[in-house]
Design a protein around this ligand. Sequence first.
Ligand code: ZN
Length: 192
Amino acid sequence: MRGRYPTDEIPRWLPARRSARFAGRSAPAPVARRRAPSASAALASLEGVEIRLFGDPVLRSKAAEVTQIDGSVARLCDGMFTTMYAARGIGLAAPQVGVRKRLFVYDEPETCGRGVILNPVLADSDGTWMFEEGCLSVPGYSWQIERPRRVALSGIDLNGNEVTVEADDLFARLIQHEIDHLDGVLLTERLD
Ligand code: ZN
């Protein structure tokens, strides 16, 4: 999920932020903006992991459970963190870098800090919260999207230990956004 930052800190290679609200589920404009996103993708690829953008089939496919935690998974996560920081994001799911595995990384210093969750399963949710949400795979756009305000999930960490997380507000939003990626769902499908 894209982070929020003061206007004067928006990297020059990101297109100017546009906010849009769609009444229906008609295809939003990002498809026509492929030229602009390529700048951020090119920068990210300097670190070896390229962010897949809206229109890439991998973003529409359901990811598979991680069955073995080895060095390649750790290296994947390292690369995802590097890419996420370069893109000013706070969350990044493996399908966004072309890997169909159920894991995501996150770092949001003011709420949840840094972490990795593998095979996350939402156990519970409640409340509703409207929030302006953006996605690194749909750069330059954000939408007001309603989701549950609080969630509980289970998963495993990079050491193979079971973890449970209870989250609210921004962290809960991030978790739901990233799990959507693991199921092949983009935030544009959450508009109504
Ligand atoms: Zn996203």
